[in-house]
Design a protein around this ligand. Sequence first.
Ligand SMILES: [Zn+2]
Length: 348
Amino acid sequence: MRLIVLSVLWSLWWVPAVASADSGDGCLDLYFIDVEGGAATLIVTPAGESVLIDSGYPDNQSRDLDRIMHVAKDLADLKRIDHAVVSHWHLDHFGNHAALAAKFGIGTFWDRGIPDELSEDPGYADRIASYRAASQNASRALQIGDTLPLTSGKTRLAVRVLTSGREVVTGEGEVNPFAERHKAQPDDPSDNSASLSLLYEFGKFRFLTCGDLTWNTEAKLVTPRNPVGLVDLFMVTHHGLPVSNNPAMVLAIDPVVAIMCNGPKKGGAAQTMATLREVKSLKNWFQLHRNVELEAAQQAPTEFIANSAQTEDCKGEWILAKVAADGASYHVQIGPQGKKHAYATRAR
Ligand SMILES: [Zn+2]
């Protein structure tokens, strides 16, 4: 009898450590980590599950790895990454997946499917070998229409794949009134055009992130009908480069807030900023970096720019979008001391 009691007590005490810590406030947290013109977005759900989309550049004395680990461990209080997504197979997007798996732990790897070769990257064979090894050859390919298996609490949380491997969700939504703004560019054979696009819904709040999806694939997604609908928060595509951010798409999704993961000299293009200025509902856009080659008047006001230094001197300040537990409002702030810019989720 005593043995049974002891073993029951032992089993109660010996609860395995939960994979991730809940922030406890019921909010959905989206961290846009500065990886100097790459991408790394960490999302922590009210249930404490974590999704990392992309992992910045490798090398640079583990600069991007350290920045991701800092946010994941010190701010989000995670014990590992539950879901690690690769939007597409470029260095600035899957540079640290293998290192993160080794140093921190990754639950499930998700990607667009692994191509046999990638003509634009001579180092691809080695890089993909480390990725395969880190994922123990068990990464899962996301197709259009797929969803990520995340737990909803009181507020419904859903993540749906809208583009993958140049396939796009079609035939849904309203006719796009900005369709005629698409002027075809030469087709993009690079892996950018094959990027995953993910639409997050948390209650009424909607967040769109499209990796480095390029112009003609953007148009393919949103014309003649727009299956994305209107969004609250938009991660500006492809670091704000002008081969992406087709106005036929950006104007149609009509974001209220945009966050651009640009570097001092990468992305954040004047043409993209001009398109953002045209967005009817846009209240603010944030930049991870000042574009050091543009005039101040061409970009976001200083208080919406996380980092103004060149890469050599950059402190790598992050941007956090925190969505309230009911999904009805959110705020965006730069760094731990940043002002909280508050927004209401749009009515639908
Ligand atoms: Zn990129």
